[in-house]
Structures are given as structure tokens and as C-alpha cells.
Design a binder for this molecule. Structure first.
Ligand SMILES: Nc1nc2c(ncn2[C@@H]2O[C@H](COP(=O)(O)OP(=O)(O)OP(=O)(O)O)[C@@H](O)[C@H]2O)c(=O)[nH]1
Ligand SMILES: [Mg+2]
Length: 262
């Protein structure tokens, strides 16, 4: 065991593994050589094992991308300021994985897991300090910490062309007939929709991100003039989006005409 391994385990919120790694004489070099079977033997519990595997993978990726700074833990976080100068909104960028500028989705996920693990660790310590008396505040704190303990989120993506039945499927799965609008006339939920259980109460809540007319005008103009020259995926996405919103004859109209008609 060397400082590098100790620091990494600490940084990843896996301090409880330091002793085992020390006994097994795992140093920086052997850390990179660990096989899946070794990891199973070293870390029998699924929770810390999955965190470890994700973090080790990221470390290896960082190492490959930037060998000189592989010891650094800082990750490049993409700007959240909304738009890029090519006219795309940030929600449109989720499929991109430019390794040089922004972390992959896996890196985001690993960061989330790491943060949640740390928060849980802190909250467990807070729980121990809550006095045993029953009162509103103590009960509230215990309940919130319990919710956090049991908060296991899995993200399931539903993809398909407009009218394929995505919203109907989600409604059927959650057992609420008219939760998401569905219909056959034109594009219904033609934007990214995220459905989450409301852990606070039984009510449904909608968080909707609107864009201004000017922002849509810019996006439309960009799509018509440059977007269609882009790679295959971008091209297809634009064609599907505009066909869903304006029908097939959008191709013959200018972006100004489309704006005026909608
Ligand atoms: N026959 C049949 N119709 C379905 C089925 N699922 C959905 N539909 C109908 O197909 C139409 C479109 O369904 P939606 O659930 O709105 O489709 P969507 O994929 O969410 O469409 P967008 O929101 O426009 O992307 C509706 O009229 C549904 O009633 C199915 O399994 N069988
Ligand atoms: Mg829909």
C-alpha cells in the first residue's frame, strides 16, 4: 500500500477498504492491474465494489487521456450556462461525448454516486447525534435521512419516433392513464421528458423548461442553414424534430416562414 492508493480510496469515499488493500499489498502499479475477479475477492459488498470499479475505470481513462496529470482528481465539468455558440441547447448535448472537453455520462454518474456516498456517510453520523426524544424536528430529520438511505435511482430511457407510443407506455407502467399527454394528431411530447417519483408527497409536479421565441428562431435558423450538413445523427434528429412539429413541408419553407406559421 502506498500513499497513492490510500489517497484514492479516501477520495472515493472507500476508506473502509484501506486495511484490506494494505494487507493485500496493493500499490499504485497493482491497482491498475486488478482484474474483475481480484476486485470481487477484495470487495465482497456490491455497493462499495461498484463505486470502486467505476472510479478505477475513470482513473484509467484519465490516465490514458492525460498521463501527466493522472494523479489529479479534478474533472472537467461542462459549462451549464445553457447554450453553445452553435445554437444547441444544453439538453441537446446529452448524447455528446467529447472526451477532451467534457466528461462522459459515466463520469457524471460516478460523480453522483460519489457525492451520494459521501452525503450518506455524513448523514449517518448526523443520525447518531439526533437526541432520542420524539418531536417534530427529530422525526423529520430521521425520516429525511431514512429517505436518503433508501434513495436508489435508476434511469430508464424510452426512445422512439413521434407517435411510437412512448408516453402511453410510461403511463401504463406508472399506472396513471393521463399522466403524460398522448395523441395521434401531431407531436405530443416532442421534447425531452423526465419522469421521476415525487419522494416529498403524493402530488405530481411538472418542471418545464421553456425557451424564448428568439432562442427557437436561432435554433431553427441554425438547423435549416447548417444543421442538416452535420453528421448523420444530428441530421436525422433535426429532420425528425422539424417533421414532427411542422409536418413534412417544412423542407420547402424558410425558417422565417416556419416561425410565422407557428
Ligand atoms: N394500437 C395501439 N396504439 C397505441 C399503442 N400505444 C400507443 N398507441 C396510440 O398511439 C398514439 C401515439 O401514442 P403516444 O404515446 O402519444 O406516442 P409518443 O411516442 O409519446 O409520441 P410523441 O410524444 O409525439 O413523441 C396514441 O393515439 C396512442 O393511443 C399501442 O400499443 N397500440
Ligand atoms: Mg409522448
Amino acid at each position: 500500500m502506498d500513499d497513492f492508493v490510500r489517497d484514492k480510496l479516501t477520495e472515493w469515499g472507500l476508506r473502509e477498504l484501506i486495511e484490506t488493500f494494505k494487507e493485500q499489498k496493493i500499490d499504485r502499479k497493482s491497482l491498475y492491474c486488478l482484474e474483475d475477479q481480484d476486485i470481487v475477492e477484495l470487495i465482497p459488498l456490491v455497493g462499495p465494489r461498484s463505486v470502486f470499479k467505476t472510479e478505477l475505470k475513470l482513473l484509467k481513462e484519465q490516465n490514458t487521456a492525460n498521463p501527466d496529470t493522472s494523479h489529479a482528481s479534478a474533472q472537467v465539468i461542462p459549462s451549464t450556462s445553457g447554450r453553445r455558440n452553435d445554437g444547441k441547447r444544453k439538453s441537446d448535448l446529452q448524447g455528446e461525448s467529447n472526451q477532451q472537453q467534457s466528461p462522459t455520462k459515466k463520469q457524471h454518474l460516478a460523480k453522483e454516486i460519489k457525492t451520494l456516498t459521501k452525503v450518506k456517510d455524513i448523514m449517518r453520523r448526523v443520525l447518531k447525534t439526533i437526541p432520542p426524544e420524539k418531536n417534530n424536528l427529530n422525526d423529520f430529520l430521521r425520516r429525511k435521512i431514512h429517505d436518503l438511505e433508501t434513495d436508489e435511482r435508476k434511469v430508464v430511457g424510452v426512445f422512439g419516433k413521434t407517435g411510437a407510443g412512448k408516453s402511453s407506455l410510461i403511463n401504463a407502467v406508472i399506472g396513471l392513464n393521463k399522466f403524460l399527454p398522448s395523441g395521434s394528431v401531431s407531436a405530443c411530447t416532442s421534447v425531452l421528458i423526465k419522469v421521476e417519483a415525487n419522494m416529498q408527497n403524493q402530488k405530481g409536479e411538472a418542471i418545464i423548461e421553456f425557451i424564448t421565441k428568439e432562442e427557437w428562431r436561432d435554433e431553427l435558423w441554425f438547423s435549416k442553414h447548417f444543421g442538416l450538413e452535420n453528421e448523420e445523427d444530428d441530421h436525422r434528429e433535426i429532420v425528425e424534430k422539424l417533421s414532427a412539429l411542422y409536418g413534412e413541408d417544412w423542407k420547402e419553407k424558410s425558417s422565417d416562414d416556419l416561425m410565422d406559421g407557428k
